[in-house]
Design a protein around this ligand. Structure first.
Ligand code: FAD
Length: 606
């Protein structure tokens, strides 16, 4: 159920505007806003994962690709593969939040299944939903939505990874203009071993940009397609990952997706959705790691004491829960913004297809932020999970070992975290230049504040989160100060200063995550009462405390890299002012509050 009314939907912030405009707590969507229909969907996915996937966890470590395919078929029967596919093509036609919710709760048991699911229903199907013409959608979407067919997405090549537009795969039009002949080599293709079709990107003649094609694959009639052996991987052992070779593969001309030369755009837009969904796919994996860790910590006795009673373990559990809570807060906030932007566009007369495309593109910055934050939080969470399990954490007989290995890939695919970090700042700067987000005005004001006399008034921080919200405002000034000065100094050459971009990205990421966590909690305090949100308040404060530290460190690194003398001194003084708490939170106490709840409930309970 939407919490946005039509009138406040109109005030919906544009992508990236969170940095310069205030968001009210009641304007963000939170997991506590799930409609009855969404809750039913969540239960149905959880029930499926608990019944079908969890009991076979060990089997997933034995590279049982048939098992993955079999469970994908079952997921198709349940309708999960077609959640975002419009109803007229046999999908469930559900909104963006519900599709996020499905990838989220599918991810809990194993990264192998989660990857197969994401590669099929996200990047394998989405390019057709977003860019396919009516015939293509009619022909392929019903098969993909029901699991009759499986999809893959073939962009990466041995020589074209992060530089995805540099692929060498060629598509040559036949003399009669009826088909393209595709020749080339693709690498790291998820689902390759059992897919029936692939979205393949190839270059026509010497075009600047690649072109997308829908390529059918039938091993009985391979049409020049052959597969490499299954890759031997660190994790996601039962996710099929192979090279795909095309040797004059004939593809009907009508199977071109969108227009010639539009492939890079298709690839990037599919990846935007892929990125936010990948963030979703880190969430239940994180919750389940916490569940396993706290159960172990409550059972495991050392020094005649359950290890969950030790401050060292409590600290880890509190941090793990906090990062999962922050991930949920930010992911569902952005998912609902996308959903609302899509419906605004539809109300304005866009087709569903155009609206979805533009809606997601609008929040590409948030998609990159979430991909980085959630994948790194999952990695940390599983790492600390291993530590809580001690020696057993290192054993393949306990769940943390595979969870840790499976988590590792999330920092690499869907654009590496380095690329996504640089993208989110780069896109924000571009939006500012196009006038879509006014950074210049606020950045100028920060500049004036730096040279002005600071106020010595004692602020009134008696209300809940008053100081925290003031702190978030100040952290936004830090970003504007550092990134704004860097843009002024380097102009378009900023993209050559990668370390500065990475530091700026970390500031941006922490602001979005901290703000989302505070706003979710504030919204819930306002409607359910502060006494029901004691631990959530502690998590919001704890997350912000770390964010302030990270931002302080990254901003300092940035400032000293490009400013000197008086300018450097002034910016460092500004940084000190913008990261100063009036009342330092007692983080040891905060962690204790959170850990007590997690330990008492013997699971991630939020
Ligand atoms: C298990 C698995 C499944 C995958 N599934 C698919 C799939 O289904 N379909 C598909 O098309 N692809 C898939 N991929 C490919 C994946 O998207 C790429 O591996 C990823 O984009 C990185 O490309 P690369 O491996 O060539 O690394 P490279 O691009 O060579 O990067 C190596 C390192 O250099 C850094 N780097 C690269 N360029 C820059 C730059 N400009 N500035 C700074 N740092 C840079 C990267 O961040 C990274 O740390 C999969 C990969 C794996 C491992």
């Amino acid at each position: 159920m939407s919490t946005q009314t039509d009138s406040n939907k109109k005030d919906l912030l544009r992508g990236g505007q969170f940095l310069v405009k205030e968001t009210k707590a009641e304007d963000i969507f939170t997991p506590e806003d799930f409609s009855d229909e969404q809750k039913m969907m969540r239960e149905s996915v959880q029930e499926f994962v608990n019944r079908e996937v969890m009991p076979k966890r060990e089997e997933f470590e034995k590279k049982n690709y048939d098992l993955t395919k079999e469970l994908m078929e079952k997921a198709g029967e349940m309708g999960f593969l077609g959640v975002s596919v419009p109803e007229e093509y046999d999908g469930l036609g559900m909104g963006f939040v519900t599709t996020m919710l499905v990838v989220d709760y599918i991810s809990g048991a194993t990264g192998s299944f989660s990857t197969a699911f994401g590669a099929h229903s996200g990047i394998g199907t989405l390019p057709i939903t977003l860019y396919g013409n009516e015939e293509q959608k009619k022909k392929y979407l019903p098969k993909l939505a029901t699991g009759e067919w499986f999809g893959a997405y073939a962009l990466t090549e041995p020589g074209a990874g992060s530089d995805a537009n540099s692929g060498k795969t060629k598509a040559v039009l036949s003399e009669d203009g009826k088909y393209y002949s595709i020749t080339g080599q693709k690498m790291w293709i998820s689902n390759a071993g059992f897919c029936n079709m692939m979205i393949v990107f190839a270059r026509i003649e010497d075009d600047k940009n690649i072109t997308g094609f829908i390529v059918e694959y039938d091993p009985e009639n391979p049409n020049g397609i052959s597969l490499g052996e299954e890759e031997k991987k660190l994790g996601i052992h039962s996710s099929s990952t192979r090279q795909v070779f095309f040797n004059e593969t004939k593809v009907p001309a009508e199977n071109m997706l969108s227009e010639r030369g539009n492939g890079f755009k298709i690839a990037m837009n599919a990846l935007n959705v892929g990125r936010i969904k990948l963030a979703g796919a880190c969430l239940d994996a994180q919750r389940r790691s916490i569940d396993a860790s706290v159960k172990y910590a409550n059972d495991r006795v050392q020094f005649k004491t359950p290890i969950s009673q030790f401050g060292a373990i409590q600290s880890k559990l509190a941090e793990m829960a906090t990062s999962a809570y922050a991930g949920e807060s930010a992911s569902y906030r952005a998912a609902k913004d996308i959903e609302d932007r899509i419906s605004i566009r539809q109300e304005e007369g866009n087709s569903h297809q155009e609206a979805e495309l533009k809606g997601v593109e609008e929040y590409a910055i948030e998609c990159s932020i979430l991909k980085v934050a959630a994948s790194e939080d999952l990695q940390n969470c599983t790492d600390e999970g291993i530590q809580i399990f001690g020696g057993m954490g290192f054993s393949a007989d306990a769940p943390m070992e595979s969870a840790w290995r499976d988590a590792r890939i999330t920092r690499i695919y869907e654009g590496t975290n380095e690329i996504n970090r640089m993208l989110c700042v780069g896109m924000l700067v571009k939006k500012a230049m196009k006038g879509h987000v006014d950074l210049l005005g606020p950045a100028t004001k920060v500049g004036e504040e730096l040279t002005g006399i600071p106020s010595f008034d004692k602020p009134d921080f008696s209300e809940l989160f008053a100081e925290e919200k003031e702190m978030v405002k100040k952290l936004k000034k830090v970003f504007l100060m550092v990134a704004g000065s860097a843009v002024q100094k380097f102009g378009p050459q900023l993209e050559d200063h990668q370390q500065l971009l990475l530091a700026s990205a970390d500031i941006l990421i922490e602001i979005y995550m901290a703000e989302s966590t505070i706003l979710r909690t504030e919204k819930n305090v306002n409607r359910f009462g502060a006494d029901t949100q004691k631990e959530q308040i502690a998590m919001a404060k704890l997350y912000l405390y770390h964010a302030v530290d990270i931002i302080n460190q990254k901003a300092k690194e940035g400032i000293v890299s490009f400013a000197e003398g008086d300018e450097q001194r002034m910016m460092l003084m500004g940084l000190k002012r913008f990261t100063k708490y009036e009342n330092q939170p007692n983080v040891v106490e905060l962690r204790k509050v959170i850990a007590d709840k997690v330990i008492g409930e013997n699971k991630y309970p939020f």
